[in-house]
Every structure is written in structure tokens, then in C-alpha cells.
Design a protein around this ligand. Sequence first.
Ligand code: PLP
Length: 391
Amino acid sequence: MSVELASRMQRLGTETAFEVLVRARALEAQGRDVVHLEIGEPDFDTPENIVEAGARALREGWTHYGPAAGLPDLREAIASYVNGSRGTSYTPDQVVVTPGGKPVMFFVMLALLERGHEAIYPDPGFPIYGSMIDFSGAKGVPIPLREENDFRLDIDELASLMSDRTRLLILNSPANPTGGVLEREDLAAIAELAVKHDVIVLSDEIYSELLYEGEHVSIATMPGMAERTIILDGFSKTYAMTGWRLGYGLFPGDLAAPISKLMVNSVSCTSMAVQRAGLEALTGPQDKVAEFREAFRRRRDLIVNGLNEIEGISCVLPKGAFYAFPNITGTGRSSKEFADLLLEEHGVAALAGTSFGAAGEGYLRLSYATSEANIEKALARVADAVSAVRA
Ligand code: PLP
């Protein structure tokens, strides 16, 4: 018997990374060797002090329900970390702690968008943005990010897409999947447009600690933006805590209250022991964050230099996050064809650029959150695949 779904389910997308992972694992089960460059998560273990804090919390009895918006100590630590790293002035009651950063997207779209609204989102960009905008009933308006502009959005193009219907603009810097970063002058110009059109900005800053040059700038610091910016951040990428599920949002005005209500209606609260681990992550030693960043920088240089040595492929240097987004148009294959070929014939799991939107055609996303040995193995295999299709 097939169960009939509510029509809204037809509007829900997904994340291809998890599908490619399943296909790669099936090949491995047949005895094939696969290098995994598909999933966007640090390969490092969570630092020991954080693991210990989580384990200790469980032993100490942090095993009950807690406040929907998060533990007061953690909300305070988050506000102070964000204010210290960005120069903002959020108060702890503007913070809602969530099981991962992803629920912030889900809750924001449910709370703010409906039929008749438009929401502008980056293309290529994190696939859940478009999926959740569609789910809310609003119209998604992709803004292309182009290689010739270092994958920053074009301000004139953004201006042309904004109208009275625009309710929300999603930004992601440093960005998944391109590694692109919005410069201070980009953010200033975007802020002017957001104020002019009375638009709320969801600023996904989950990769803010994985920036290889300069300092992270949040659009929340631009004039008129504190009252219209939602910052999304979390522990997954910075502290190698993807499986713990811990993230947060910082909300303008009194938006934290309806978001907390969505928490009550969905998960009640984020796991208490996990929040205690998060408190240790923010308030304990930070040397691992710098160590991870330096390891990612070495891997970035290795993969980008290696890709640029392959005839038929070119790759701009990503300024942040842990993804390379090479141009593969020189192979003569579409993104999907080349990604399938890489996985099935050459044992490299990568994502087609089109998994992140139509403007991703002609690109692949390679996550370099893996060892240098794996990156070298993958580069040799990509070179073989390119020679095979160009022969
Ligand atoms: N935002 C972006 C751009 C991401 O790439 C991810 C994870 O891949 C997330 C948010 C969500 O991360 P999490 O829910 O693990 O905090």
C-alpha cells in the first residue's frame, strides 16, 4: 500500500551528498575502493576536552528536558562569542540553540515566508535553502554566483531581482559549495538594498572560522542591519561536531520567541549534554580550531594546485570553507555525467555542481575535508578520468 502524501511534500527537495554517499558505500560493499570527497564534514574527531565535557554532563545528570531556546549559560557564551568575533551587540535572549544549524533555516522559512512572498537565495548554494523556500509556499528567486566574479553575487543583478514581494535574502559567506567570500564592500551594498526594500537577511555564517585570508565580516554590522539580520552558525564545522547536532541562530527584535515556539512544537529542546559540550567548545581552549584551519589550508592548496595541473580543468582558489569548485567544461561532459563517471569508473565520490542549483552546471564540488593522501589519490584518478574522456 502506498501512503498518500500531503501535496506540500512535492515541494520538498533534498541534499544529494547523502545520496552519493549511499551509492559510494554500495560500490565499496562490492569491494571497490572509493575516495570520499562528497560529504561536507571535517574528518577530524571532536577535540577531547569537548567529548569529555559531553560525557561528564551525562554522568552528572544532564539527561532531562531543558529550556526550548537553550541553556542560559550557553546562550550567553554564544552571544559573547558572536559579539567578540563580529563586533555585534546581541543579547543572550536573542539566541536560540538548535539541533544543528540546519533547523534555523527550517524555522526561519516557516516563520517568515508564505505564498505571495519571494526569497532570494544563492545559486549555486546550499540545496536546503531552495528546498525550504519552496516548502514554505513562497517563490524562490535564485541569484547566480559566477566564477568570473570569484563567486560573489553581482550587486546590480541583486538590485534587479528585488521587489515589494521580496521578504528574505539568504547569504552564505564563506560559501558552500564555491568557497567564495563576500567582501566588506559587497556586504555594504547588499545592506543598502536590504534596508531600501525592507528585506530580512538570513546570513549563514557556519564557515566563518574557516576563512583563509582576512577577517570574517557579518552583514549584521552594516548600518540598519542589526534589526533585520538573522545569523546562523553552529559547532559542526568549527569544532568537528557534525554528528552531535548543535547550532544556533541570533534573531533580531522579538523573533527569537516565535522561533522558540517552533522548537517547542518540533524537538522541545536541544540535547542538554550536547549543549554542555558546546559550552566547553566555546569557553575552553581554541587551539584545535586554528589547527583544523591550517590543515584545511594545506589541503586546499594541494587540491587546487593539483586540479589546475590537469588539462581541461581549472579551479579558482577558494577563500573559505573546505570545498573546491573546479570548472570541468573542458572535459566536454556535463557536471552530472562527469560526477557519475568519476564515481563509477574511477572511484572518486564528488558532487555535480548542479546539485547546488542550475548555475552549478560545468562544475564539480570536491570536499577537501579529507587526508592529503586521499586528496593525492583523488587527483590522480581525476586526471585519469579527464584523459579518458578527452582521448
Ligand atoms: N549551512 C551550510 C552552508 C552548510 O554547508 C551546512 C552543512 O553542510 C549547514 C548550514 C548546516 O550544518 P549543521 O546543521 O550541521 O550545523
